[in-house]
Structures are given as C-alpha cells and as structure tokens.
Design a protein around this ligand. Structure first.
Ligand code: BGP
Length: 457
C-alpha cells in the first residue's frame, strides 16, 4: 500500500464563476463571461452560459455535506470579485453573507477552505478601462484582496491570489479563446506582467493585514519535454520554460524575474513597461506555498520558421506531437503521469523545496452518461485508474523528498467550463441539469472516500 504523509490534504478544486450560478443576481455585477455570452451565445457549447452552472449559490450547504460524504478534508474554490465588490469599491453585503456562511459550513464539517481570488473572471467595470492592460488593475486587485482578507480572514487561513495566470494571458491575448480575444504578443506580455504585479501587491496586502495564515499562487507549470537533445530543441524548451513556467514561478518563490527571460523579451522587442519599485516588491513578497495544476505535459520542438522578433510563441518553440503518447479518448488530452514525479523533483531542486500541492488534476469525459449503470451511478473506473497512476508518481516524488502536502482533483461536482460549457465532465458527483441540478455520487467518489480513509491505496 502506498501511504501518504500525515495530514495530507485530500480534496477537490473549483471556482466561483464555474459553480455559483446566480451570475447577475444578489448584487453581483457582470464579468467578461456574462458580457461575452450576451454578445456571442453561439460561441458557447450548447449555448450554455455562465448562469448555467451547478447552482452552488443555492446548494452550498448540501454540497459541503456531499464533500464530507466522500471524505474530502479540503476544498478550493474562489471568491467572485464582481460579487464582492460590484463596482470595485462598494461592498456587497449579500456576498459577504453568502461566502461567510459557505466557509463556515466547510469549517463545521472539518473541510479546510483554500480560497482563491481570481479564476479568469475579470469584472466588466475593470475590462471597460482596459482590464489587465491597464496598470490601475494592479491597485484595484490589491484593494480587492485586502477587502477579502478583512472580511473572511477569521475563517480562511489558506489563500491563493490567481489560478493559472498564464491561461488568461494566452487565451485572452494570444489565441482568442477568452474575451477580449486579442492576438498581440506585446500586449500579452504586458498583461502577464500586470498580473504578476497584482499577485505581488496582493501578497503584500496579505502580509500587511496581519491575517493569520498562508498565501500562495496556483500555476500550471512543469518542465517542458523537448523532442530531442539537439541544441535547437533545447533552446525551444528553454524559451517555453521561461515563458510558461519560470515567468510566474521564479518571482513567486525566488523573488526575481529570471534574467534569461528579460533577455529573451528584450531580443524580441517585447519588454513590458514597469515601475521603479516593482523589483523590490517582487523580492520582498514571495509566497508560502505553490499550487500546481497538472493535466497534460507540454512537448516542444524547435520552430519550423524561427523569427526574431517573435510575433507569436510559436516563433520561439512549437508544440511537438509525441507519437507514443497515450490519449484520454474522452477529452483528447495526453495522459502522462510521470510529469507529476518530474514536477516534484523540479520543486525540490529548483524552488527551495517549498511546500506545494497538486491543486488540480483530472480527467474530462464528454458524454459521460454513456457510462451510467442501471442504478443511475456513473461507473467511471477510467477516472479511478487515472488518479491511481498519477498518485503513484506523486508518491515517488514525495519519497524522493519533495515537499508535497496534498492532492486535489478537478473537480467535486460536474461544473460549467468556459466555452466548453458542460461538455467535459470531471466531477466526483454527477450534476443533472435536467433535474434541478441533482447530484449523484460516481464510483470514483466512493473510491476516493476509501483512499482518504486509508491515506493511501
Ligand atoms: C483548468 C482550469 C479549470 C477547468 C479545467 C478543465 O485549466 O483551471 O477552470 O476549466 O482546466 O478544463 P476543460 O473543462 O476545458 O476540460
């Protein structure tokens, strides 16, 4: 049996915009998702928009009891900025009441809340003045963070600033998957830089607030795998690691932006505008822990047409389609559990062996109803196998001395996911959209309970 360290966190992750529903009710103002859906509903799978989520706003009490039933001892979700501060300044009393009651419920059931502040849900009032392109976003975010620490710091002791900041940079400013769907690498770098500074200044607000607890950030980082050991492929790997992994991980943990990243941006005429005090603030505001979301590896090769200055990341590195890859046939993503071991070693050796946890890992499945038994339970043995394979590699990393303190699945119950709507199901509980959001545990949920009871498998 593989045993995990004492007090290991077992749980799941989700986010406010993907679960709460009530997206324009109870005092919440619009985010880019509400507005984009209003403008282009056809972009969203099945015309399912951000109000079609799993209705946690009304069902959180039942949800927390369901978490407990499958043994979870921790849960990560986020606060909605546009709900807490609908115009960026004024507190929404209904939001305070909702979140306080939700977090208290978790505590009453011995479920540690890990609360994140931003999960791709840019408030519309801020988007109207340029969103992350505008330097004011840094102060606006720090104010929001400070407000959240003041309002909930007595209940929540584990905070994170951002979920996968590279995703809103890439999806919003390089590849057109998220609003404002701009394609401009220079803007993408500036947006990434402001996001980094927003993280740094929120961390500073946390330290200044004297709230008891810890602060971290959730990143989708890992060492890229290069097609070969040729110098061209290794150069591509280094560029990918700098842009995708080290851009946030180095400042968050080591307190500095890598010099090689500054050189790379400079060679490509991509340097962002900065303020004189930024470097010092980055240095002084490192985090207590890191969350790492891992779904699939990043494989790269030298670009077919290298260009200087680069206009897109593909001018520096290209995705490499590894012929031997194993695929999740129900979502199309590669399954490569060994990356969890490689991440463990990267954190141990390159990042001071800082405490970290797997903040998302999961297997999306389209049309999951096809796996339903006669008794109505989804028989998701593939998900149990997926978790086991990943935990084996994580366990190996922990045995090798990596300081990993937990494992969270995406996600607790099936939830709405951006343009994909409800296409890919990930939950331990099925949510029936045609029957008042009824939750039914899947086989993986029952298996997870045993896993937690044994602290291993
Ligand atoms: C992660 C995000 C989540 C969620 C998940 C699954 O990157 O943090 O918000 O969306 O991916 O993605 P999908 O539903 O597109 O399969």
């Amino acid at each position: 049996m593989l045993k995990f360290p004492n007090n290991f966190l077992w749980g799941a992750a989700a986010s406010a915009p993907q679960t709460e529903g009530h997206s324009l009710l109870n005092g919440k103002s619009a985010t880019i998702w509400d507005k984009w859906f209003e403008m282009n509903p056809e972009k969203f799978n099945n015309n399912q928009g951000p109000s079609d989520t799993s209705n946690t706003y009304e069902m959180y009490h039942e949800d927390v009891l369901d978490m407990k039933k499958i043994g979870m001892n921790s849960y990560r979700t986020s606060i909605s900025w546009a709900r807490l501060l609908p115009d960026g300044k004024t507190l929404n009393s209904e939001a305070i009441k909702f979140y306080r009651s939700y977090f208290q419920d978790m505590l009453d059931n011995d479920i540690k809340p890990i609360i994140n502040l931003f999960h791709f849900d840019m408030p519309w009032w801020l988007m109207e003045k340029g969103g992350w392109e505008n330097r004011e976003s840094v102060d606006d975010f720090a104010f929001y963070a400070k407000t959240a620490f003041e309002q909930f710091g007595d209940l929540v002791h584990d905070w994170t600033t951002f979920n996968e900041p590279m995703v809103h940079v890439e999806c919003g400013y390089l590849y057109g998957f998220h609003y404002p769907a701009i394609v401009d690498m220079k803007k993408a770098v500036q947006v990434g830089y402001h996001t980094l500074m927003a993280h740094v200044m929120a961390t500073k607000a946390f330290r200044d607030s004297k709230v008891k607890g810890k602060i971290g950030i959730i990143l989708n980082v890992l060492p890229a795998y290069s097609r070969s050991e040729s110098s061209e492929d290794l150069k591509a790997k280094a560029a990918s690691d700098l842009l995708n992994t080290r851009s946030f991980l180095d400042p968050a943990v080591l307190g500095k932006i890598p010099e090689e990243l500054v050189d790379l941006l400079s060679e490509n005429e991509l340097l962002p505008e900065v303020e004189p005090s930024d470097q010092q603030n980055i240095k002084e505001n490192t985090v207590d822990f890191i969350g790492i979301n891992y779904y699939q590896p990043r494989r790269v090769q030298a670009p077919t047409n290298p260009k200087v200055p680069a206009k897109m990341p593909e001018d520096l590195y290209e995705p490499y389609d590894w012929p031997d890859k194993k695929i999740n046939p129900y979502r199309g993503w590669e399954i490569y559990p060994k990356a969890l071991y490689d991440i463990s070693i990267m954190m141990r050796d390159d990042y001071k062996n800082i405490p970290w946890y797997v903040s998302e890992n999961g297997m999306g499945v389209a049309d999951e109803e096809r796996f339903m038994n006669d008794d109505g339970m989804i028989n998701d043995q593939y998900r149990i196998d997926f978790i086991k394979e990943h935990l084996e590699q994580l366990h190996k990393g922990i045995e090798a001395g990596s300081n990993c303190f937990g494992y969270h699945m995406w996600t607790f119950n099936d939830c709405w996911s951006w343009l994909n709507g409800y296409r890919n199901r990930y939950g331990f509980y099925r949510v029936d959209l045609n029957n008042h959001f009824k939750r039914t545990v899947k086989k993986s949920g029952l298996w997870f309970r045993e896993l937690v009871e044994n602290n291993g498998f």
